[in-house]
Every structure is written in structure tokens, then in C-alpha cells.
Design a protein around this ligand. Structure first.
Ligand code: IPM
Ligand code: MG
Length: 373
């Protein structure tokens, strides 16, 4: 029997290729695992009206962790048009399977490290080594949305909030509402994830990023919770910033930041910005982590235009596998893998198209595996 049972979730588009690359490297590393394939992604939406079939969820519950490739996500109307004809009339609503996974498994912490590996021609600056902790289950991703706005919802908001009155004249059909629901527990959990990481990785600061000057209630809750949590970590300084200014400062002084904590949507935006500072989505990996389960993924999407071309950079997916090894407690293997990736980047002999080179997805994986053998 293998030591670990891993849910293997390639998804669609280039996800299948980057996962194959990750597998080559994991096998070469000698990671002792049994991989169980799970259906997930666009074709299951089109055929079955469910991009995350129940069977996949049940299968995942029998595993130690999951490794995920990529999925296509489309807005509501576009998604509905691609359903098979039998499902067209069922009024099914597309919901991103990765967002559903995060919520179903209560994967509250999305950890997104961004490091400028020496020798990467795409580094914006050298010396960047930051980690974004993105709240992963609430905020603007809660999924409580309306269009048109139901009369009762309008009335209740109007009754309880004077600022609703000026929307009265628009008509309910012309109002869309997405809610940013944040709980004290959600804020506290993501903040503790950030602080715990800062403590174990000997980082001196944690920056909480929100917009409490405008989003007074949700942003306010986040900042007040941050101050309370920070008291439990006396050696670590809490910095408080606004999302807009933080984006600017990340471009200006990326080396100053170590751990950034944000709610779901702001964390989504910040982590793409941070990824671009260290080479773009080809290098950006993520861990969706709960107290007892986790799913690791490259941050990039399914890049349909590159599908089947063996072209995209698999490093993000390979670094996601590295994060999975760390989370499973296999830090020796994780370290070897990261060193191998760093060495291939430093040598610069193997480069995928994004890095200005001629090499394929699998050639990059081979080069990394070569260092491991
Ligand atoms: C990410 C992605 C997802 C998100 C999409 C694919 C739903 O952008 O993981 O950052 O918005 O969370
Ligand atoms: Mg994103």
C-alpha cells in the first residue's frame, strides 16, 4: 500500500498537460502515493450540468489531499449556452467548481507564495519573497447574489439602510446585487493562518490589506480582528494598508513585504499582481487549506488557446505539488523539489515560451526531473 492517497484532478485545458508534468516530477522524486482520478471541469458542466460531480466529492473524502490542474470558468449566460440541448431548459447556473470545492471542503486558507527565483528572466525585481494569505470561502465569493433584485430584498434593505433610497427609481430589473459577507471567524482564521506562518517562517511583519475607509463594516471587522489577533504574536508587527495603495506599493517596493492577508476578492487581485512580479502565472502556485484537508493548484486558468500544444510553463503546477508535499509533512521531498526547480531556472538552459525559450511543458518537467535523479 502507498503511504498517501492523492485526489488527481487535472480539470481541463492546459491543466491536463501541467498535471502530467507534475506527475513526472513527483514520480522521479519517489513520492509514495496512489493517485485517484477525479472528474472535474468544463466538459462535465456541458454534459451533466455539474462541473464538480458528486462522485468526485465523495472520492476526495477518501484521500489525504488533492492536486488540481486548471478549469475553464465562464460567466452565467455564456456557460448556459454551452450545455447539451437536453439541459438547456433546466435553468442550471454555472458555479466555478474550484470555488465550490473551497466552500464544500471548507478550505478556508488560500496560501499563495511568490518568490523571485534567481535567474528567472521574468522577475520584475530580485529579492521578492512574499506570501499572500487569501480568505477562501467568504467575502464577495459567498455566492449570495441577485439579478433582478427581489422586491423583499429591496424592501428590507431600504427599511434598514437610508442609502438604499436612491436606488428606488431604477426598477428591480435594473439592479444587480453581490454581497460581501464576512464573519469574525473567517477573518480570524485567515489572519491566524498568516500570523502562524509568519511566526514559523520568522517573518517580521504581517500586512492586512482591505479598504476600511470605504467598506466600513466588512473592512472594519477585518482590521479590528487583525489588531486583536496581532496581540497574540508580540514579535510580529502588524501593518494595515488599503488595497489600492497596496497594489501601488507592491509594484514600488515588493521586497518590503513578507506576509499579506486579505479577504477573498482582494486576495484574488493581490495574488495575481504578486504573481506577475515573479514571472507571471507560470510560476504562481496555491494551496487551498483547511484544518484537515487541502487541495493544491497552479493559480493559472485553463488557457484554452494553448490546449494540447505542450507549450505552457508547468512550474506553477510543479510548485503546487511542492506545497502539497510540505503540507503532508514531507518537507525533505518538498525542499529537494524546490531546489531542483530553482536550479533549472538559475541555469536558464530550459525555458518555456513565457520565459522567452523554445522548450515544451514536458521538456521543462524533464529538466527538473533530471536534477532530481
Ligand atoms: C483564482 C482564480 C479563481 C478565483 C477563478 C478561476 C474562479 O482566479 O484561483 O485566483 O477567482 O478564485
Ligand atoms: Mg485569481
Amino acid at each position: 500500500m502507498s503511504k498517501y492517497r492523492i485526489a488527481w484532478l487535472p480539470g481541463d485545458g492546459v491543466g491536463r498537460e501541467t498535471m502530467e508534468a507534475a506527475r513526472l516530477v513527483l514520480d522521479r522524486l519517489g513520492f509514495d502515493a496512489e493517485y485517484v482520478h477525479g472528474d472535474i471541469g468544463w466538459e462535465f458542466w456541458c454534459q451533466e450540468g455539474n462541473a464538480l460531480p458528486d462522485l468526485t466529492i465523495e472520492m476526495m473524502k477518501t484521500t489525504d489531499a488533492g492536486l488540481f490542474g486548471a478549469i475553464t470558468s465562464k460567466p452565467k449566460q455564456e456557460a448556459a449556452k454551452e450545455l447539451v440541448p437536453e439541459l438547456q431548459s433546466k435553468e442550471l447556473v454555472y458555479f466555478s467548481p474550484i470555488v465550490r470545492l473551497r466552500q464544500e471542503f471548507h478550505l478556508h486558507t488560500n496560501m499563495r507564495p511568490c518568490k523571485s527565483y534567481p535567474g528567472n528572466p521574468l522577475n520584475y525585481k530580485d529579492g521578492i519573497d512574499l506570501v499572500v494569505f487569501r480568505e477562501n470561502t467568504e467575502g464577495l465569493y459567498s455566492g449570495v447574489e441577485f439579478h433582478p433584485l427581489p422586491r423583499e430584498v429591496f424592501d428590507v434593505l431600504d427599511k434598514h439602510h437610508p442609502k438604499m433610497a436612491r436606488f428606488k427609481s431604477h426598477g428591480l430589473d435594473n439592479i444587480a446585487l453581490s454581497t460581501r459577507i464576512m464573519t469574525r471567524k473567517g477573518c480570524e482564521t485567515i489572519l491566524r493562518s498568516g500570523f502562524e506562518y509568519a511566526k514559523s517562517d520568522e517573518r517580521k511583519t504581517v500586512t492586512v490589506v482591505d479598504k476600511p475607509n470605504v467598506l466600513r463594516e466588512t473592512g472594519g471587522l477585518m482590521i479590528r480582528t487583525a489588531r486583536a489577533v496581532a496581540e497574540d504574536y508580540p514579535g510580529i508587527e502588524l501593518w494595515e494598508t488599503n488595497i489600492d495603495a497596496q497594489c501601488m506599493w507592491l509594484v514600488k517596493n515588493p521586497g518590503q513585504y513578507g506576509v499579506l492577508v486579505a479577504e477573498n476578492m482582494f486576495g484574488d487581485i493581490l495574488s495575481d499582481l504578486a504573481a506577475q512580479l515573479v514571472g507571471g502565472l507560470g510560476f504562481a502556485c496555491a494551496g487551498n487549506i483547511s484544518d484537515d484537508y487541502a487541495v493544491f493548484e497552479p493559480t493559472h486558468g485553463s488557457a484554452p488557446k494553448y490546449e494540447g500544444m505542450n507549450k505552457v510553463n508547468p512550474i506553477a503546477n510543479i510548485l503546487a505539488a511542492k506545497m502539497m508535499l510540505d503540507w503532508l509533512g514531507e518537507s525533505g521531498l518538498a525542499e529537494r523539489l524546490e531546489k531542483a526547480v530553482a536550479e533549472v531556472i538559475r541555469k536558464g538552459k530550459t525555458r518555456t515560451y513565457d520565459m522567452g525559450g523554445p522548450n515544451t511543458t514536458m521538456e521543462m518537467a524533464e529538466a527538473i526531473a533530471e536534477v532530481l535523479s
